[in-house]
Structures are given as structure tokens and as C-alpha cells.
Ligand binder design. Structure first.
Ligand code: NCD
Length: 359
């Protein structure tokens, strides 16, 4: 069985297969209409969401399947103190596949360890968001015609923006990717992505704090919202909240074919004057999100009993009672899961569940 917790749970071939299936769905919608008849998707959303949850719902409905779940954990047994693992054990009796969003990092991973149906991570804290990544890859493919050999600029909150972390991981397996990281000091990309992904996989990257300087070389500009809900300090949020704003003046500095992506919701990082620019791809990206989730649901259901499509093998986790994960928002510091670690690049020990540094 295959879960999708991290973008690297899918091989590059599997990702390309899902994207190709999404493109076939676009060309032949009618062929897929009943493909999930009598199947049920459970959406367990412990954190606010509009498009991701409704995009999963619309995807399943278009495939002829049904949807159950909750969008507010206060309406679930989580409010009574039930663990994530128990909730998915129960939901696995009702649904054929589960999409879960959780503010605690690593929650979908521990869910997948006990689930008898595929689990899709629909976003865990500031950690990962692999279905947004599939959306972004399909969008890049449709806007530019290719994913290899692009220069992509990530702008805004690269520290807490989980969509950025996941997309860089996925892109690291394509050819000729150049990454420009555009952020103020406080919002820079976490070290583990720079070291364990970019440096390990040989992705060329550079950091800058000037969008004006970076924009002329970009094929894709990936704008992000400053993730207010992840800041522990409100003053820090106020200092950086309006760091970068994309407007018509800046668009004039960009290539005529550059695509502007944004996972949405936007707050004020893209002025509405940009919306009419043909390079503004963010609303087309929303539609791609539904299409690629249709392709993902079909694929995971098909792969459920296929020994060719299983989870990737990892080295066994390290267990050492003297070590602690430093992330207060990690599942191992919120539910009773044995802390586990892995040895990453440069001999750095990281948390198995959330990739944070270890004390
Ligand atoms: C993103 C998310 O939830 O991480 N939104 C989404 O899934 N479309 C980005 C964000 O909230 O800023």
C-alpha cells in the first residue's frame, strides 16, 4: 500500500504518472466520472482550510465517490483526547482512503503507521504539503510545457511555508533546476531543506532579499503568504508581514513567459492588479489542484494491493532516550510516540517525524 506523507514517498516515475493521468483526465473527463463509484474518502481536517479540503471533496465527487469527515476538530473525538492513530483506525472502518490536515508535524506519518487504508497528508504544520506539490508540478507543466531546466524563485515565507519545502524536495529530482530563495533574514528556508535536499541532490540555489534583483531571470515565481499562525512572536510577524509585494511594476521586469504561482490564500503579497496579467497562473493552479487530486485518488486506490507500488525503504530509525526533538509542534512532543531520529547530511541528527534538530 502507498501513503502520501512526504513528496518523496512517490518516486519521480510515480509523480510523472500522476501528472500524466491528470492530463488525461483533462482531455477525457467523461471516462473517469464513475471510477470511484461506491468508494468513500474521509477528510480529517484539524486545521482551517478552504481550497485543499474542498478540492479533495470536489475531486472525489467528480469521480463518482462519496466524502465524509470533519473540518473542525472540536466536532471530532480529538476534542475528547483521542489520538490521531486511534482516529484513523476507526475511520479506516468507514472509508477507503483518508486525507488528513493537522497543525502538529508528523501527525499524518504516525497515522499512516497504523492505517489500513491509504493516508494522504493534506498539510502538517509548517512541515510538508505534498498534494500542493503535485498541484504546483502540474501547473508548471501546463504553463511552461516542461518541469526540467527551469529557474524558480520562491518568495516570502520560506521558513514556515510548507508548500515551499515540499515543492523543492520534489523539484530536486528533476533536471537542471535552479532555485532562487527570496526572503528576509527571519523567513529563510530551513537548513534541513538546504542541506538534505538542495546540497545533497545538487540543486543550484542562491539566497537574496531583493525580488527586483531576482525577477528578471525567473521562469516561475512562487509567491507565498507570511504564515501568521506559525509565529510564536507577534512583533516578529508585524516586522515581516509585508516583506514582498508583487505588483505591475515588478511584473514589467519579468520574462514575457514567466508563470506566477501562489498556493493561496493570498493576503497582500500579490496586488489584484496582477490578476489580469496572462502570466498570473494562481487561479488556474486551483483548478489543477482538483484535477491532480483526482489522479492521485485513482492512483493510490489502484496501488493499494500492488506490490510494485509500496512505501520507499528507509534506514531503521534511531532510538536513544538521551535525545529530544526541539520542535514543540512535533507529534512526539504532543502525543505519546517514542522519539525517533535519523542521521542526515553532515552527520546532523534530525527528528524522524518533523526533521527538526535534536537536543
Ligand atoms: C497553503 C497551506 O495550507 O499551506 N494553502 C493551501 O494549501 N492551498 C498555503 C497557505 O496557507 O499560505
Amino acid at each position: 500500500m502507498k501513503h502520501l506523507i512526504d513528496p518523496t514517498d512517490l518516486s519521480k516515475e510515480e509523480i510523472d504518472q500522476i501528472i500524466a493521468l491528470a492530463q488525461d483526465i483533462i482531455a477525457h473527463r467523461e471516462r473517469y466520472q464513475g471510477s470511484m463509484a461506491h468508494k468513500k474518502l474521509a477528510t480529517l481536517f484539524y486545521e482551517p482550510s478552504t481550497r485543499t479540503r474542498l478540492s479533495f471533496t470536489a475531486a472525489m465527487m467528480e469521480l463518482g465517490g462519496q466524502v465524509l469527515g470533519f473540518s473542525n476538530p472540536q466536532n471530532s473525538s480529538a476534542a475528547k483526547g483521542e489520538t490521531v492513530q486511534d482516529t484513523v483506525r476507526v475511520l479506516g472502518c468507514f472509508a477507503d482512503i483518508i486525507a488528513m490536515r493537522h497543525p502538529i508535524e508528523g501527525a499524518p506519518l504516525v497515522a499512516s503507521e497504523v492505517s489500513r487504508v491509504p493516508i494522504i497528508n493534506a498539510g502538517d504544520g509548517s512541515h510538508s504539503h505534498p498534494t500542493q506539490t503535485l498541484t504546483d508540478l502540474l501547473t508548471i507543466k501546463r504553463e511552461l510545457g516542461h518541469i526540467d531546466d527551469i529557474t524558480i524563485g520562491f518568495c516570502g515565507d520560506l521558513r514556515f511555508g510548507r508548500t515551499v519545502h515540499s515543492l523543492i524536495k520534489a523539484l530536486s529530482r528533476y533536471h537542471g533546476i535552479k532555485v532562487v530563495l527570496i526572503a528576509p533574514d527571519e523567513l529563510r528556508l530551513p537548513d534541513y531543506i538546504k542541506l538534505d535536499v538542495c546540497e545533497k541532490m545538487g540543486v543550484a540555489y542562491r539566497e537574496t532579499d531583493s525580488l527586483d534583483e531576482a525577477i528578471p531571470e525567473l521562469d516561475v515565481l512562487y509567491m507565498t503568504r507570511v504564515q501568521k499562525e506559525r509565529f510564536l512572536d507577534e512583533d516578529e510577524f508585524d516586522r515581516v508581514k509585508d516583506s514582498f509585494v508583487l505588483d505591475a511594476r515588478r511584473m514589467a521586469l519579468a520574462k514575457p513567459k514567466m508563470a506566477v504561482l501562489h498556493p493561496l490564500p493570498r493576503v497582500n503579497e500579490i496586488l489584484t492588479e496582477v490578476d489580469e496579467d496572462p502570466r498570473a497562473a494562481y487561479f488556474r493552479q486551483v483548478e489543477n489542484g482538483k484535477l491532480v487530486r483526482m489522479a492521485l485518488i485513482i492512483s493510490l486506490m489502484e496501488w493499494k494491493n500492488d506490490p510494485e507500488h509500496t512505501m520507499p525503504e528507509h534506514e531503521a530509525p534511531i532510538v536513544n532516550p538521551a535525545l529530544h526533538c526541539t520542535n514543540a509542534k512535533c507529534i512526539c512532543n504532543n502525543e505519546k510516540h517514542q522519539p525517533r531520529f535519523r542521521l542526515a547530511e553532515n552527520g546532523i541528527m534530525r527528528c524522524w517525524y518533523c526533521d527538526s534538530k535534536v537536543r
